[in-house]
Design a protein around this ligand. Structure first.
Ligand SMILES: Cc1ncc(COP(=O)(O)O)c(C=O)c1O
Length: 493
């Protein structure tokens, strides 16, 4: 099982990426087969995807059961497919749960292809029914009072754009101030920058060394002209969970709308928009074992939140998001939300155990490592599947290359193309070297114990090897505190 993850390609990073991508392109049947093996290695409580699909979505296990290795491809092709690295990047995206695929397939292949907005015939009614079921499933996952409060979008980026720009522009005659944090996802920060160019004022709250905002600083930042507070539920780089209930209460007391980007939180931790006084909430399908290209925005109806739509068109989704709703994707999002709601406790417990094992193993096998964000294993303020670790005297990119048997991320997947140290880690007060040496381990629903052991051993071995080549590591061994060294030559370290 583990050897199947070993990537044999060598050479430059780019070459490896190209090989990996080419392998991925041809890998679907084997990947799905390996994936179904992963499912059996990580048993589900209610279990057996096919019976789940038959009972709940009429997906037809007989027709759409989990595929096995295809016989129509050569053994050479199949052996090429064994070069995929072990996937440990659950914050970048999650593999689709086979039960979600089962739910979606009828809406792609059989007679359920009607436009959900066609109100004059059965094709449209069937699709509309499926879309409304999905709306109920998403609403139920987040405790929305009314499924009509859920608007389907293309993903969390679009949901965040609509929430932030849409609310700000609607209320701009009376209010022109927005509060967010320095560690939000780029799509939130860039939406705020666009609003600044339009004349809005934005406060970017700093965070503490564990990634949490200071609630007093939030209170102090609210002004009479503040219309929106946008604070993410779970950070995608360090997994810190913000105190949503307290933030919601502060916003409600001050009559300010509260938006949260819950792309990394929904389906993983309990969220109740009623109890938490959340007015707008963004969800992404591909972070919860659903399809890519679909998401949702919760928009409260009582007290009503008004939004200026970003897109002109047919007025679908209560005028908030025009465009034909993609039935199969939305059905997938609903099914994914439904599985998350049923299995959240089980997944949380399993992923917590794997994450604690990984952290304890790293701490036993290596010195001079630091967890970024909440430190302790099992911390209630860290999403267990997101473990971000810095390894002193090791460059994150070099470690990623050395760990080519694993698909990991240094910093955020969305910014890892740049060699700038992560702005999230910098916001924690992490020094530049430690920020440069960070790796994010993303553990998900289908990660197995064996994979964690493999990851642990590989990481310890490679960090040790890289440190043996580092003059800085020799200095640490000699007891020299690197912070006391005065570097010359333009700070080449
Ligand atoms: C916290 C957060 N917000 C928003 C997004 C964007 O989500 P999507 O890919 O659905 O547009 C991501 C994805 O990386 C994320 O992690």
């Amino acid at each position: 099982m583990i050897s199947s993850h070993v990537m044999r390609a060598s050479g430059s990073r780019l070459a490896q990426r190209i090989v990996a991508q080419a392998t991925l392109r041809s890998a679907t049947p084997r990947a799905v087969a390996a994936y179904s093996t992963g499912v059996s290695a990580a048993p589900r409580p209610s279990d057996r995807a096919s019976s789940f699909a038959t009972q709940n979505y009429g997906g037809g296990a007989g027709t759409y059961g989990i595929p096995t290795v295809r016989k129509d491809i050569s053994s050479r092709e199949q052996s090429d497919m064994t070069t995929l690295p072990l996937y440990l990047d659950a914050q970048a995206t999650t593999p689709m749960d086979p039960r979600v695929l089962d739910a979606m397939l009828p809406y792609m292949t059989s007679h359920f292809y009607g436009n959900p907005h066609s109100s004059t015939h059965a094709y449209g009614w069937d699709s509309e029914g499926a879309v409304e079921t999905a709306r109920e499933q998403v609403a139920s996952l987040i405790g929305a009072a009314d499924p009509k409060e859920v608007v389907f979008t293309s993903g969390a980026t679009e949901s965040n754009n609509i929430a932030i720009k849409g609310v700000a522009r609607f209320y701009k005659k009376s209010k022109n101030h927005i509060i967010t944090t320095q560690t939000e996802h780029k799509c939130v920060l860039d939406s705020c920058r666009v609003l600044e160019q339009e004349g809005f004022e934005v406060t970017y709250l700093p965070v503490q060394s564990n990634g949490l905002i200071d609630l007093d600083a939030l209170r102090a930042a609210i002004r009479p002209e503040t219309c929106l507070v946008s604070i993410m539920a779970v950070n995608n780089e360090i997994g810190v969970i913000q105190p949503l209930t307290e933030i919601g209460q502060i916003c409600r007391e001050n009559k300010v709308f509260f938006h949260t980007d819950a792309a990394q939180a929904a389906g993983k931790i309990p969220i109740d928009v009623q109890k938490m006084n959340i007015d707008l909430l963004s969800i992404s399908g591909h972070k919860i074992y659903g399809p890519k290209g679909v998401g949702a925005l919760y928009v409260r109806r009582r007290p009503r939140v008004r939004i200026e739509a970003l897109q002109s068109g047919g007025g679908q989704e209560r005028g908030v998001r025009s465009g034909t709703v993609p039935t199969s994707l939305v059905v997938g999002l609903g099914a994914a939300a439904d599985v998350c709601a049923r299995e959240m406790d089980y997944d949380h417990e399993r992923i917590s155990r794997l994450s604690a094992r990984l952290l304890a193993g790293l701490q036993e096998g290596l010195t001079h490592i630091a967890v970024n964000g909440p430190q302790e294993a099992g911390s209630p303020i860290r999403l267990p599947g997101c473990l971000n670790v810095s390894f002193s005297c090791v460059e994150g990119e070099s470690l990623l290359m050395a760990l080519k048997d694993m698909a990991l991320s240094s910093g955020s997947a969305c910014t890892s193309a740049s060699l700038e140290p992560s702005y999230v880690l910098r916001a924690l007060g992490q020094d530049e070297d430690m920020a440069h040496s960070s790796i994010r381990f993303g553990i998900g629903r289908f990660t197995t114990d064996a994979e964690i052991e493999f990851c642990l051993q590989k990481t310890i071995d490679n960090v040790t090897k890289l440190r043996e080549m580092s003059p800085l590591w020799d200095m640490i061994q000699e007891g020299i505190d690197l912070k006391t060294i005065e570097w010359t030559g333009g700070g080449a370290h």
